[in-house]
Design a protein around this ligand. Sequence first.
Ligand code: KIV
Ligand code: NA
Length: 265
Amino acid sequence: VKRVTTHTLAKMKEAGEKISMLTAYDFSFARIIDSAGIDVILVGDSASNVMAGHETTLPITLDQMIYHAQSVIRGVKRCLVVVDLPFGSYQSNSEIALASAIRIMKETGAHAVKLEGGEEVVDSIKKITSAGIPVMGHLGLTPQSIYQFGTYAVRAKEEAEASKLLKDVELVQEAGAFALVLEKIPAALTQQATDKLKIPVIGIGAGPHCDGQVLVMHDMLGINTEFKPKFLRQYLNIFEQATKAVQNYIADVKSGDFPNEQEQY
Ligand code: KIV
Ligand code: NA
């Protein structure tokens, strides 16, 4: 199989071919998603929410992200694997950011890291990329800043924040990022950013005018049914189907129907 690299994504942008990206956190789902033909798997710090049950992405640690990434990598043959630098593992300074990125690359075999922010993380993006590690940026509604935002509402609706975002996306590109995630901003603003940039822009709740789309796997498969923002398209209702399966199993155990003649030694 021909592996997807950061260069593949650049060529896809040039050719106008949309980039597909989904999150994954474990071996079994990474195997499904990779063999289905996805371009990029993101080992997102959304693991904090959907795997660990935390309210925000803040509590997840670098060690825990590394565990998830190691599991994902074992299930992947083809796609590019990007791992989120979790909250606290890069904000202090660029040396700490590089040390965290190096741990991810060395201990997991992943292909790139992602971090949130613009101007304030430029030095870290430069430092990490100069060590040969590809960096994906992330702007707009950056969940690690949720307590500063105060809400999960759409970002950059006002002129001041929108023009700051347009400056930030360019700074992130100049610093050496190979791609950028834009989360929950107006579609028209995404279009401006995408037209401005040479690097691929991957959107979530950011409209159709970008080079690719990303969703959280648990949301699009309907594993987590409490989270239903307008931008989410749900492709399956695993919560409902798994509930029925478990109820059927319970009933079969209680009635003595399971195991039958064939299901024993
Ligand atoms: O952690 C995550 O799942 C993400 C995506 C929403 C882009 O950062
Ligand atoms: Na994330």
